[in-house]
Ligand binder design. Structure first.
Ligand code: MN
Length: 207
């Protein structure tokens, strides 16, 4: 996707059915999140970008100079990008402790899986307002936990901590309010049961 020209970007399929992540993420939330929110970001981004100087630019290049782009491009382009990763790093029958290289890298960076879980949960719970929590591979190849506001991505030049996102958690209220209301920590705790570690491992390896 990052090497695709902005004008040629396609809206991705959801890799599972709306009810696949029940009971942790309910079908109604998934349907609205994918068909209204994600679709909305994509449609608004394409409408703004197609007529702009960014139309023929590779998407990855736009992310690197997002600080210069109008807010509509930054917010909707980020919303399009971030949800694409979010769907992929979740799966039915996911969760558990990762093994292999990613498991080792997490232990080495954070001490243990449980310490990683605690730190990631804290980043997600304390992100004020709307935003995302991330596990990134930074520009030196180290794993780091970060968060961003709104729809900003660690791939954008505006990010405080730049790197390749390999795991993402959406903490906008639209991601959890129907089922969890104001209890964001309950949503975060449940979400660990749907992490697609195979996909995260792939992102880590290819990052
Ligand atoms: Mn969202």
């Amino acid at each position: 996707m990052l090497t695709t020209k902005v004008k040629d970007l396609k809206f991705p399929d959801l890799p599972y059915s709306f009810d696949a992540l029940e009971p942790y993420i309910d079908a109604q939330t998934m349907e609205l999140h994918y068909t209204k929110h994600h679709r909305g970001y994509y449609d608004k981004f394409m409408a703004a970008a197609k007529e702009s100087e960014y139309a023929d630019m590779e998407f990855g290049q736009l992310l690197k100079e997002m600080s210069k782009a109008p807010a509509g491009i930054r917010n909707n382009g980020g919303g399009f990008l971030n949800h694409d990763l979010f769907w992929k790093v979740m799966t039915k029958n996911g969760g558990g402790e990762p093994d292999g290289d990613i498991g080792k890298a997490i232990k080495s960076a954070f001490g243990s899986y449980n310490q990683f879980k605690e730190k990631f949960s804290d980043a997600a719970a304390t992100r004020f307002g709307s935003g995302w929590a991330w596990l990134i591979k930074d520009d030196s190849g180290n794993l780091k936990i970060t968060s961003t506001a709104n729809q900003d991505s660690p791939l954008m030049d505006v990010a405080d901590h730049h790197g390749k996102p390999i795991l993402a958690l959406d903490v906008w209220e639209h991601a959890y309010y129907l089922k969890y209301q104001n209890k964001r920590p309950d949503y975060i705790a449940a979400w660990f049961n749907v992490i697609n570690w195979d996909e995260v491992a792939k992102n880590f390896k290819n990052g």
